[in-house]
Design a protein around this ligand. Structure first.
Ligand code: ATP
Length: 551
């Protein structure tokens, strides 16, 4: 396809604002793309290479302005181009303003200059050469190549060349448009296109296979070890959301690190970040770990966490420093060691598992990875979830993830199947009016504290009990603080003189006959003692009523 034709079509697409018409125009463009379909399916989104590859152009605006200035002639400097872009607001429109060395028009119509017009294929191949330029002098080489391309462009072509190289296509074509256009152009089902895009992440490949081999060709596309897919994402949600949505909840630790997709072909390990960048080189200890512990070729999903000498997690900024580090990796490793926690398995030993339920994928993960598998608990008991959360927080992790045990793995999807437990939306300052002695290892500590709110000057009404979010150390401190205040004891239950105020986080307040206030805190979590408050300044029942909704 002539690049001039591509540019003309792109102009038409830009001129329409109706979604359906956009899909129709992109459909026609793809249908007419012939040998360049692969590239056209990407160019129309302002992409030069497939999203999964590590090839990037690495062209900044300045290099692009310089190339435009050079092609425009002696009177124009890169600064001039830059100020025009600042004034006009679009690099493509500015590129289209210049007269590039008398070649304009040849791309579309020309035979006069003896130089054939640019084709989409040529633009792609020149840009590939440009991306390959590395080492000393590579910026000059990139500039030469880009100048050469602009020099052969008619104004309309220059508009899109500039936009493509700076990934600023701006003609209103998103991934969904291209997906629908492929469906329409080659008469294949949307679900087949969608699945193929999920497993390959490659619009060019999917368009070509849809055209040449139809639905069965698309169905034959599978995950490939070494080719990353988009990570499945999570929404924020509460324990209430989870227990209400699913019969049981798959609960696991939420690690405070950076997402990593592990690819192992039985010989070599590659690691990819959430943006599908190759991060294998900066993380040699993860590579070594995978080589040692992974039994079969596989694609795993997980989190890489920075750890201290004792193996305890460090804040996630530390791990990001390692991701960015391209040089002196050994030195960086001395400063911060990282480790992998794997929580999902997308592919194992030749078998794609995207359509397999979460719990079965996790079982497969446990079979093939000898160590570093994130523990997964399936439960329908909110108390058990609270315990897992307390353990996770106690071990220094960020919190918990709640997942639908039956859910499949949908790359790139941010659905309701994975919930990151929202931090408490509200807190209340409650008076401690009772407690229970613990059991076993905790027998000599008070635990499970009864919480009350103020209903009147001398009137405290109960609203819940809190047992989670408290470390052993804190339990010992709280026992020292509250034991002298015990008024009466009845078995394990103790009645406590109101004197201490706890700050308590919770997910929700419900009406409840269980407590004398008529309300109950759902999933209360101990946050700390309000040393600065006495019971007279604790929260009131009136505030609770207001929070519930102004009864
Ligand atoms: P978002 O993903 O919403 O854009 P974010 O990058 O800040 O925001 P988080 O809010 O931290 O992400 O929550 C999702 C992330 O949590 C995942 O992308 C993953 O990196 C991380 N994570 C940690 N532990 C797990 C786990 N067990 N299961 C899934 N994701 C986990």
């Amino acid at each position: 396809m002539d690049f001039a034709v591509f540019a003309e079509r792109a102009d038409e697409i830009e001129a329409t604002s109706a979604d359906l018409e956009t899909v129709t125009l992109v459909r026609d463009l793809l249908a007419d793309a012939a040998d360049d379909l692969d590239t056209v399916a990407r160019f129309v989104q302002g992409r030069v290479f497939p999203a999964h590859g590590s090839t990037t152009l690495d062209i900044g605006p300045n290099l692009c302005y310089e190339a435009i200035a050079r092609a425009a002639g002696h009177n124009v400097s890169a600064d001039d181009v830059e100020s025009r872009v600042a004034a006009v607001g679009d690099v493509g429109d500015v590129a289209a303003e210049y007269d590039f060395g008398g070649q304009q028009g040849l791309g579309a119509f020309g035979d006069g200059g003896g130089q054939a017009g640019l084709t989409v294929g040529e633009v792609e191949s020149e840009l590939r050469d440009l991306a390959a330029a590395a080492g000393p002098g590579s910026q000059d080489r990139k500039l030469d190549l880009l100048f050469g391309l602009f020099n052969r462009c008619a104004p309309a072509e220059a508009r899109y060349l500039a936009r493509i190289v700076l990934s600023e296509m701006r003609i209103g074509v998103g991934e969904g448009t291209v997906r629908d256009a492929i469906t329409d152009a080659f008469d294949v089902p949307t679900v087949a296109v969608e699945r193929a895009l999920q497993v390959t992440n490659d619009y060019g490949l999917v368009a070509t296979v849809a055209r040449d081999d139809g639905e069965s060709g698309l169905d034959d596309l599978h995950l490939e070890v070494g080719r990353p897919v988009q990570a499945m994402l999570a929404q924020a949600g509460t324990v209430t959301d989870a227990v209400e949505a699913w019969a049981s909840v798959a609960v696991e630790t939420k690690y405070d690190g950076a997402r990593v997709q592990v690819h192992y072909d039985g010989d070599e390990v590659s690691l990819f970040s959430r943006n599908m960048e190759d991060v294998t080189d900066p993380l040699p200890e993860v590579v070594g770990f995978v080589e040692e512990n992974l039994a079969v070729p596989a694609i795993l999903d997980g989190e890489v966490v920075a750890v201290d000498d004792a193996g305890d997690p460090l804040p996630f900024q530390e791990v990001l420093r390692r991701f960015r580090r391209k040089h002196d990796v050994a030195k960086a490793r001395e400063e911060v060691e990282v480790r992998l926690w794997a929580f999902d398995c997308l592919h194992a030993d030749g078998e794609d598992l995207l359509g397999t339920p979460l719990v079965d994928r996790h079982d497969r993960l446990s079979e093939i990875l000898g160590s570093g598998v994130s523990a997964l608990t399936v439960t329908d008991e909110p108390e058990r979830i609270a315990d897992i959360e307390a353990d996770a927080l106690g071990a220094g992790h960020e919190g918990i993830m709640l997942k639908d045990p039956d859910s499949t793995y949908s790359p790139g999807r941010r659905g309701k199947e994975w919930l990151k437990r929202k931090p408490d939306v509200e807190t209340l300052d409650c008076v401690v009016t009772g407690a229970e002695w613990g059991e076993g290892r905790r027998a000599e500590f008070l635990g499970t504290f009864e919480l009350s709110v103020r209903a009147g000057p001398d009137d405290l009404e109960t609203i819940g009990k809190v047992a989670t979010g408290i470390t052993d150390e804190e339990l010992a401190e709280l026992t020292d603080l509250l034991e002298p205040e015990i008024r009466t004891e009845d078995g394990k239950d103790v009645d406590i003189e109101p004197s201490v105020v706890f700050e308590v986080g919770y997910e929700e307040i419900q009406t409840s006959p269980t407590y004398s206030s008529g309300y109950a805190l759902r999933f209360p979590r101990y946050l700390g003692v309000r040393d600065d408050k006495d019971p007279e300044s604790a929260d009131t029942l009136e505030r609770v009523r207001r929070l519930v909704g102004g009864e």
